[in-house]
Design a protein around this ligand. Structure first.
Ligand code: PMV
Length: 313
């Protein structure tokens, strides 16, 4: 194909981050307002194997072979070539763009990988089933995260609400009443791998304490799924606050996140918590539709870099 486009949405974790790495359930949903997109255009005048990469959002302009071998973009192309048994790519330009905040718990890395793999599949006329797409993305996620649970690649590939348990087939669930979520960005880039690594250190130091926190989060995720399926929105808000309390005990919140979470609650959110790896990145607030503007306004006043709203339905 002379050119091909692939795309993938952002995601937020509603419940269960960090504990999901230790086998407890978590709930994540796609955010289709934000997305990554990859366009591949053939350059038939150039020799096979000459691949230009352009990613204006991260100021990247490079030939594929000049990227380090563990660069996630190079890794994504390599896992695809291995899967499709392709030795040399036709000469092409790969243009990557994304509206997803980077290093902020919204899955920008996984979304770029899924979009890139989809675009490569289209460009090379190679069918790639969703299950394989998710698995290949998981391989690349290991470079970003170290020990990822697999939740990001799953929710972003399948683009549906996911109840996720590591190592199990993803389940989806019914949403009895639309759920309005406001997302507040601290503007602080944060490494998921570092946060996950620190939790691991704590767990190795005091396994019983960390196991009981993971158990508490697992119970919250289970109860949250029931609340979503039954349309118990007030209860869901309380569960978000409960989840945040345990995440604070785990040491993955931050003063900036706490400020935004307090601001959202003050403005009438039914519940609020950090979302993703924590330490920076984004927080989410569950709101009644009538409160979206109030909560966004209060978040900006409290220092949010940007806000978004999304509906889970
Ligand atoms: O990519 P993030 O920042 O949304 O974090 C993913 C959630 C964690 O549970 C912290 C890590 C994982 O792999 O599940």
């Amino acid at each position: 194909m002379a050119s091909s486009i692939g795309s993938a949405p952002a995601k937020i974790i509603l419940f269960g981050e960090h504990a999901v790495v230790y086998g407890r359930p978590a709930i994540a949903v796609p955010v289709n307002k934000l997305s990554a997109s990859v366009e591949i255009t053939a350059n038939p005048e150039l020799n096979p194997g000459v691949v230009h990469l352009i990613a204006p959002d991260i100021h990247l302009k490079s030939d594929l072979h000049d990227l380090s071998s563990d660069h996630p973009l190079r890794a994504a192309i390599q896992v695809f070539m291995a899967y499709a048994d392709i030795k040399v790519l036709p000469a092409c330009t790969i243009k990557i763009s994304s509206t997803i905040p980077v290093a902020s718990g919204m899955g920008s890395g996984a979304a770029v990988t899924v979009a890139l793999l989809r675009s490569l599949a289209g460009f090379l006329n190679a069918a790639i089933p969703e299950k394989i797409l998710s698995e290949l993305t998981f391989e690349v996620e290991k470079i970003y995260h170290g020990t990822p649970s697999g939740i990001d690649n799953t929710v972003i590939t399948y683009n549906m609400p996911v109840y996720f348990v590591k190592g199990e087939a993803p389940q989806t669930f019914g949403v009895a009443q639309p759920i309005h979520i406001v997302i507040g960005d601290t503007g602080i880039a944060s490494s998921t791998a570092a946060a996950v690594g620190d939790v691991r250190k704590g767990w190795l130091t005091d396994p019983p304490r960390f196991e009981s926190m993971f158990d508490a989060i697992g119970e919250i995720s289970r109860a949250a799924r029931r609340a979503i399926e039954d349309g118990h929105i007030q209860q869901l808000g309380k569960l978000m606050n409960d989840n945040q309390a345990v995440l604070q005990d785990l040491g993955v919140s931050s003063p900036e996140l706490n400020t935004l979470i307090d601001a959202a609650r003050f403005a009438g959110a039914l519940g609020a918590k950090l979302s993703g790896g924590g330490r920076g990145g984004n927080m989410i607030a569950l709101v009644n539709a009538s409160k979206i503007d109030d909560v966004c306004g209060e978040l900006h006043a409290a220092g949010a870099h940007q806000t978004f709203s999304t509906i889970v339905k």
